[in-house]
Design a protein around this ligand. Structure first.
Ligand code: AMP
Ligand code: GLY
Length: 417
């Protein structure tokens, strides 16, 4: 099977790594990719938001399957263009990707499907904003309605900050605050059959102890030793399957990866958000534990054949990933700095620990930082403590001037396990 992956983050590196280990994959391509992905896949230049260009590349490569990683091409309709061209694609249509692209749309689908989520108001004027903020009280949760890569959300006790964020957006969703730990649960679906993966936890705040600004995610781990063993089944029946059924009922079936961001509150499971793609950095730890070869799973989803797939097999190992970010991330990051230590990790820590690249590029023999999130250092172990130790040992070998990473990824879960 010839596979083309669209995207250039650590998520795409994790996808390409797993696909490269799948004996069914005879050729692996990625566009645009990064310096790390280049070691496992052939890279191509393409405007990932241009459906015609991506379809032309898929045709030129004779791709049997295209996997679209990030949300922006999905929301731009790249999967639709591929489907029209007759190429099997893993990723939802533009209409279905609105589950991620519009928070208000997602709330409407959840209401139709009876899926539990935070109560909310959609507001466009300062008067509506004030009424909603006062109705819920602090802590205030204000979300930009549009696509914001996980950074359009402000959670604050300061009503002026809540008002200011609302004023900076055209349309906001203001909702009740959800207490309790967060869980990311992904499901592969062909629009009908829903196959949940293993749960993971993401660390969204920039600094240790969940302080600092929200980011796209600073680290993740799986499994969750503290979670109810029934969690996956409960979420399948109360959230994932009803949402997929509702999308099909609306005539916009969702096929691809449905990502449920959940809060386990004192009153039960609530959906915080849906995404229409694999999460980053959770994918790095979920795929590290998946033993079933990946290409067949994604192909079955793309071709409507998931009902016939064997149950997924999972390793009992734990996995931890630590994101190494540029100076000033999540603000405007500094880029162009050389990254050192990658060969040492490959020589001394593999196969249990390895570096997945996000914002990197190669210049001659050097690998340079090229974005806010630069690397996702991933490790497995017999438990979270061992996986964590291996991940941080590898992180310590990596040199990147001014870089930052959290030191407490999976610390509490490892200590409590
Ligand atoms: P979202 O982009 O909707 O995932 O929100 C980003 C982050 O903001 C989430 O991962 C939570 O940490 C936080 N958040 C979002 N909605 C809520 C809520 N209703 N209550 C508490 N925290 C929230
Ligand atoms: N880890 C958060 C996201 O992928 O949106």
């Amino acid at each position: 099977m010839k596979v083309l992956v669209i995207g250039s983050g650590a998520r795409e590196h994790a996808l390409c790594r797993s696909l490269s280990l799948d004996p069914a994959v005879t050729a692996l391509h990625c566009a645009p990719g990064n310096a790390g992905i280049a070691e496992v896949a052939e890279l191509h230049q393409v405007d990932a938001l241009d459906g015609a260009a991506v379809s032309a590349l898929a045709a030129e490569l004779g791709a049997d399957l295209v996997v679209v990683g990030p949300e922006a091409p999905l929301v731009a309709g790249v999967a639709d263009a591929l489907r029209e061209a007759g190429v099997p694609v893993f990723g939802p249509s533009k209409e279905a990707a609105r589950l991620e692209g519009s928070k208000a749309f997602a709330k409407d689908v959840m209401a139709g499907a009876g899926v539990p989520t935070a109560r909310s108001y959609v507001c466009t004027t300062a008067e509506e904003v004030d009424a909603a903020l006062n109705a819920f009280g602090a802590p205030y949760v204000v979300k930009d309605d549009g696509l914001a890569a996980g950074k359009g959300v402000v959670v604050t006790d300061d009503i002026e900050a809540a008002r200011a964020h609302s004023a900076a957006c055209d349309r906001v969703v203001i909702e009740e605050y959800l207490d309790g730990p967060e869980v990311s649960l992904f499901a592969v679906t062909d629009g009908e059959t829903v196959l949940p993966l293993q749960p993971a936890q993401d660390f969204k705040r920039a600094l240790d102890n969940d302080e600092g600004p929200n980011t796209g995610g600073m680290g993740a781990y799986s499994p969750l030793p503290w979670a109810d063993p029934k969690l996956v089944d409960d979420v399948l029946h109360s959230v994932l399957q009803p949402t997929v059924d509702e999308m099909r009922r609306r005539g916009t079936p969702f096929s691809g990866l449905l990502y449920a961001g959940l809060a386990i509150t004192s009153r039960g499971i609530r959906v915080i958000e849906f995404n229409a793609r694999f999460g980053d950095p959770e994918t790095q730890v979920v795929l590290a534990r998946l033993q079933t070869p990946l290409a067949g799973v994604l192909m079955a989803a793309a071709t409507g054949d998931l009902a016939h797939l064997e149950p997924l097999r999972w390793s009992d190992d734990a996995a931890v990933t630590v994101v190494v970010a540029s100076h000033n991330y999540p603000g405007t990051p500094r880029t162009g700095d050389p990254i050192t230590g990658l060969d040492e990790v490959a020589a001394q820590d593999a196969p249990h620990a390895y570096v997945l690249h996000a914002g990197t590029r190669r210049e001659g023999d050097a690998v340079l930082s090229a974005g806010g999130r630069v690397l996702s250092v991933t490790a497995t172990g017999k438990d979270l403590t061992e996986a964590r130790d291996r991940a941080y040992t590898a992180v310590a070998r990596v040199g990147l001037d001014g870089s930052q990473h959290r030191s407490d990824i999976a610390a509490r879960a490892a200590a409590d396990a």
